[in-house]
Design a protein around this ligand. Structure first.
Ligand code: FES
Length: 153
């Protein structure tokens, strides 16, 4: 139980009262990512207007508490942003907004970042546009995680 005390108030708040849970019908962009290691899956829906501004963001996460909290915060952070700005909502930005995560839960925040990227990629493909700096999405976050660890080691 000692690990529970490592969660910030904000993480606990977004876990127990997640914002923007659900789906968007005919969403401009939908992205699904998973982590094969733990089996958690996150799906992100973005509603994007003609000025490329994210008007609405919703999510469905089948995963751990940190995955739910980071999904919730990620949707809050991307709302009102341009697609280019939404790209800057990284896992680090989400973690900062949540006042941090226990080290063993940092990887869960990668799901949120990748789900945003996957939804933006879907939007870009559907509209035949390029979002500068956006890389093709990964289906299994475990691969990204290994890369992320290598980069930060
Ligand atoms: Fe899988 Fe958190 S344990 S995302």
């Amino acid at each position: 139980m000692s690990q529970v005390t490592e969660y910030s108030e904000k993480v606990l708040d977004h876990f127990t009262n997640p914002r923007n849970v659900g789906e968007i019908e005919n969403a401009a962009g939908v992205g699904t990512v998973g982590n094969a290691k733990c089996g958690d899956i996150m799906r992100m829906y973005l509603d994007i207007d003609e000025n490329q501004i994210v008007r609405e963001a919703k999510f469905k996460t089948f995963g751990c508490g940190a995955a739910v909290a980071t999904s919730s915060m990620a949707t809050e952070l991307v709302k009102g942003k341009t697609v280019q700005e939404a790209l800057l909502v990284t896992n680090k930005a989400v973690m900062e907004a949540l006042d941090g995560l226990p080290p063993v839960k940092v990887h869960c925040s990668l799901l949120a970042e990748e789900a945003i990227h996957a939804a933006l990629w879907d939007y870009a493909e559907k509209n035949n546009i390029t979002i500068e700096g956006l890389k093709p999405p990964v289906n299994d976050i475990d691969e990204t995680e290994k890369f992320y660890k290598m980069e930060t080691e």
